[in-house]
Write a protein that binds this ligand. Structure first.
Ligand code: ARG
Length: 476
């Protein structure tokens, strides 16, 4: 048991208490952010003359060694320390003696952990955004190949009107696009630096908070030190964005499970993304899609958990906040895993276009267009609706589709029907006449695809800036 705060205590901490309190088993995850934060802090202390330049340089050099050794596995983070902050500081003191003891000048673990969590969450936001970008690219590739692939569109899971596969997937493009925009937006609010907030009330040392914020890639320092140490809104916002991503992935998974079923056979999930049964030799199950759907629950759980943890906490830091990490980390890792696997499953999935088309042509998906035909020939819509309703009943009794009826049969139901009806209610006409913005008609769809491509291109600047930060670290 190694602690930073033994001075005013007269007893050893009980082992159970120590374990209950310790966070190193999970906050070790942000060792890199912790060390980078310390490097920025010490560089600033040197520049401000709070530490001598020699001391600052020594500490920075040794922190860099600790980072490199932790990264290459030669230095092991051991659970003998209470948290990652204690581990790094103790290691520094072990190497530098008294100079190492100056690291924590003008800083508290409260602003330190607030900084680490913010930088870690920021990095995860960037990573999640990159995975969303890959998924969007995969969706767009499929959309471009399938602007003429007709399939039934559903409401109430009942066949409604024909659409195309491009159009159906275009709905998911919009959802995941909003997910990216949400992350970009959250990032702007989260990107302020709590370092220098101290325990809660700032510090008497002449810290340059703008300098540390800049060094660590923030847009500026947080403007209230009590808020700086106790704000976890950015985690909550990110968990909320992650929950929404999971909700979208889960809906998409549900559709893929349905499309992949024996009854539908709209898609075939690649063998690499399917699993078998231990007893039924014929089975090929969509486990990946089911797991993505299932894991949605734990991500929602993380959001609700943190909202609940935060709701009763008086200002400023309270230990409750240590609970911001485990479930949030789990949610972040879960969503990244789901995005990556889902993208792979989608990219390798076969679309059975013949089955989709056949399904669209059964189930009267062109009934609205038959009614519109009558309207175009002067019949008021409500009357047209009734006539086509009777037409559908007539067909159902005979197990035929509208276009399979003879002109005489059609005319017996309404004399307005003529031979041009067949063309007017073909699947192709039904789809391609729908040309309002956002509709499935090929020309309308191509315009939207061009806009979606533009969106991806416009994000390229953000992508580059963010990738640079991920690859080269936060310290510039
Ligand atoms: N492990 C703590 C956390 O995650 C670090 C901050 C500790 N601060 C304190 N005053 N006990 O929140």
């Amino acid at each position: 048991m190694a602690q930073l705060w033994g001075g005013r205590f007269t007893k050893e901490t009980d082992r159970l208490v120590y374990n209950f309190n310790a966070s190193i088993s999970f906050d070790r995850k942000f060792y890199r952010q912790d060390i980078e934060g310390s490097i920025a802090h010490v560089k600033m202390l040197g520049k401000q003359g709070i530490l001598s330049n020699v001391e600052a340089e020594q500490i920075v050099a040794e922190l860099k060694n600790i980072l490199a050794e932790t990264e290459n596995g030669t230095l092991e983070i051991t659970s003998e320390y209470e948290d990652i902050h204690s581990f790094v500081e103790a290691e520094l003191i072990r190497r530098l003696g008294d100079t190492g003891k100056k690291l924590h000048t003008g800083r508290s673990r409260n602003d330190q952990v607030a900084l680490d969590m913010r930088m870690y969450t920021r990095m995860e936001a960037v990573r999640t955004d990159a995975l969303l970008k890959d998924l969007l690219q995969t969706i767009l590739t499929i959309m471009k190949a399938h602007t003429e692939t007709i399939m039934p569109g559903f409401t109430h899971l009942q066949k409604a009107q024909p659409v195309t596969l491009a159009h159906h997937l275009g709905a998911y493009f919009e959802m995941f696009k909003r997910d990216r925009l949400r992350i970009h937006d959250i990032y702007k609010r989260m990107n302020y630096c709590p370092l220098g907030s101290g325990a809660l009330a700032g510090t008497t040392y002449p810290l340059d908070r703008d300098a540390t914020a800049r060094m660590l890639g923030f847009d500026g320092p947080c403007l209230n030190s009590m808020d700086g140490v106790s704000d976890r809104d950015y985690v909550i916002e990110f968990l909320s964005a992650l929950s929404t991503i999971m909700m979208h992935l889960s809906r998409f998974s549900e559709e893929i499970i349905i499309w992949n079923s024996n009854e539908y056979q709209f898609v075939e999930i690649d063998d690499g993304y399917s699993t078998g049964s231990s007893i039924m030799p014929q089975k090929k199950n969509p486990d990946i899609a089911e797991l993505v759907r299932g894991k949605t629950g734990r991500v929602y759980g993380a959001l609700i958990s943190l909202l609940t943890t935060m709701k009763g906490i008086p200002l400023a830091y309270n230990k409750d906040m240590q609970e911001d990490k485990e479930l949030a980390f789990d949610a972040m890792d879960t969503v990244k895993g789901c995005l990556a696997l889902f993208q792979g499953m989608l990219a390798t999935m076969k679309f059975r276009v013949e089955n989709m088309r056949k399904s669209a042509s059964l189930g009267f998906t062109n009934a609205t267009d038959a009614a519109d035909y009558l309207v175009n020939h002067g019949v008021p819509f409500r009357d047209a609706h009734g006539i086509v309703g009777r037409l559908v009943l007539y067909c159902m009794d005979r197990n035929r589709s509208i276009e399979e009826l003879s002109l005489e049969e059609l005319k017996a139901i309404s004399p307005v029907f003529d031979s041009d009806l067949y063309d007017a209610i073909s699947m192709e006409t039904c789809v391609n006449k729908r040309l309002t913005t956002g509709a499935p008609g090929k020309a309308a769809m191509e315009q939207v695809i061009a806009l979606e491509e533009k969106f991806l291109a416009e994000c390229a600047d953000i992508d580059e800036d963010w990738e640079d930060r991920l690859l080269n670290g936060n310290i510039k």
